[in-house]
Design a protein around this ligand. Structure first.
Ligand code: UN1
Length: 483
């Protein structure tokens, strides 16, 4: 029998529920673990536990909150090999990518351990004589944290750590495909000293528990990373209720490569940004916009690089790309390749691979000869697929890059400082990368996009406080009694 895990509500485990198996996408005969998906009443109980814990947790000192996060961060870092192996096994990114993600999660916990101690707030004189004004930050209350499968530990960490650092209590619902990393993170944080109910874990179907976690009256805020469709649904349900909502949705991220680019840099930036983590990241470089004079050289060099690209079991040594996460994502990738062909694109690669184990393996796909208006350049594929648009010059490249409506991240590869500066200033994306892949972000600075990509305050770093706190402005009259 495989390992069993459960939801955690108010510090207690919840048994029962409909049976789910966490399968290894590199080898479907490997059941990583099993769990019972809970129902709406368990989600409600988790919100009640979080609401009950909030008065206690929100009144702990910054030092107490910092200590819990710091201790949890140390454990995550110390167990990076083991947790990385679990992550690669349940999600399918390569072992170095998975371990890197675990280390990032540990660093995020440490960062917010420090952030909990930072001063904020103002004390000022009123415009009215003798009156004092204070502006302080307070936690928002009970926060629902809903996360996707593609970053099973880093995204939960970058939502849960600031939520807890600023005194909120949390109900956490991870994606159904990656419960193991979520369970470990919750276990580590609870053992690091959280009071029961400050952090609850709800393992269950989004369609069953999602409506409770987003619309129940006990919810004060919802932070969600995932698909545009689900995110829009949350906003439609929560906006009339006046809930605080933070959404990180899709990305359609351009990588501009201009004539003066260093070829080797351009190839690595495209390949890592497009095919790293099997292209399953909202920051992936999903379409390359390449100026005329470098186009053919670049395409030849990328194809040569991809001919040596190793696809295989995520945990095997020397593998550059693991499998696609599940059958429905694989079907989506293949559907987009078919649409690209039907719209005139020339697809290289993108073949389903039969390897030693039964997994969802797809070779990296490069789609040449595409136009800006093609579906493949408009919609997020979320797989190892990069389309290429040939343009005359930098001006056309910039316009083509900015035609995206999911402006999360945009990159430029150039050796010219003026071009780099112009692109950085003119891009419509929330994040810009110069001679770097569009994917791969730091934890101490704001993360987020524009257009249809994001909604609400930015995540991470010094921006995280904006969502996870609300400000209070208090006026004190001069005649107030002394104590
Ligand atoms: C990264 O590229 O390092 O879901 C992070 C995603 C993003 C995170 C990307 N929210 O892919």
């Amino acid at each position: 029998m495989s390992r069993q895990i459960t939801s955690v509500v108010g510090g207690s485990t919840v048994t029962g529920g409909d049976a789910h198996a966490d399968l290894n996408p590199s080898d479907l005969s490997d059941v990583v673990l099993e769990y019972g998906g809970v129902d709406a009443s368990a989600a409600k109980a988790a919100l009640e536990a979080a609401a009950a814990a909030f008065p206690l947790w929100s009144r702990t000192t910054p030092w107490e909150r910092s200590t819990v996060l710091d201790k949890a961060g140390s454990e995550v870092l110390a167990r990076a090999d083991e947790l990385g192996d679990l992550l690669a096994r349940e999600e399918g990114k390569t072992l170095p990518e998975a371990k890197g993600e675990v280390v990032r999660a540990g660093q995020i916990l440490k960062y917010f351990a420090g952030a909990a101690l930072q001063p904020h707030g103002h004390l000022l004189d009123s415009v009215r004589p003798g009156v004092e004004v204070s502006v302080t930050r307070e936690p928002i209350g009970v926060v629902s944290v809903i996360t996707p499968w593609n970053f099973p530990i880093a995204i939960p960490a970058w939502k849960i750590a600031p939520a807890l650092a600023y005194g909120n209590s949390v109900v956490f619902k991870p994606a159904e495909l990656v419960p193991g990393s979520a369970w470990e993170l919750v276990d580590i944080l609870n053992r690091a000293g959280l009071p029961a109910g400050a952090l609850n874990l709800v393992l269950g179907r989004g369609s069953v528990v999602g409506p409770v976690l987003t619309t129940d009256p006990l919810v004060n805020g919802v932070t969600f990373t995932g698909s545009v469709g689900t995110g829009r649904g949350i906003l439609d349900a929560d906006a009339p209720l006046g809930r605080k909502v933070q959404l990180e949705l899709g990305g359609k991220n351009p990588l501009v490569i201009v004539d003066d680019a260093d070829l080797a840099t351009a190839v690595e930036v495209l390949v890592q940004g497009g095919f790293g983590s099997t292209g399953q990241r909202c920051t992936a470089s999903s379409f390359a916009v390449v100026t005329d004079a470098i186009h053919d050289r670049l395409v030849a060099a990328v194809q040569e690089r991809l001919s040596r690209w190793t696809v295989g079991d995520a945990r095997a040594a020397g593998i550059e790309m693991g499998p696609v996460v599940d059958p429905s994502q694989l079907a989506q990738d293949l559907r987009y390749l078919d649409v690209a062909r039907s719209e005139g694109g020339e697809v290289h690669g993108g073949e389903v691979l039969e390897l030693g184990t039964a997994g969802h393996y797809l070779s990296p796909a490069l789609v040449l000869g595409t136009k800006s208006s093609d579906t493949i350049n408009r919609e997020e594929v979320f797989g190892p697929v990069v389309s290429v648009i040939r343009v005359a010059d930098y001006d056309e490249a910039l316009a083509t890059a900015n035609a995206s409506t999911m402006n999360l991240s945009a990159g430029v590869v150039t050796t010219d400082l003026a071009t780099a500066t112009h692109f950085r200033r003119s891009s419509k994306a929330g994040m810009v990368m110069v001679n770097l892949p569009t994917a791969g972000v730091d934890f101490h600075v704001p993360f987020g996009g524009r257009g249809d990509s994001s909604h609400g305050p930015r995540e991470q770093g010094f921006a995280a406080i904006d969502f996870f706190t609300t400000s209070k402005t208090a006026y004190t009259a001069p005649g107030s009694p002394r104590n």
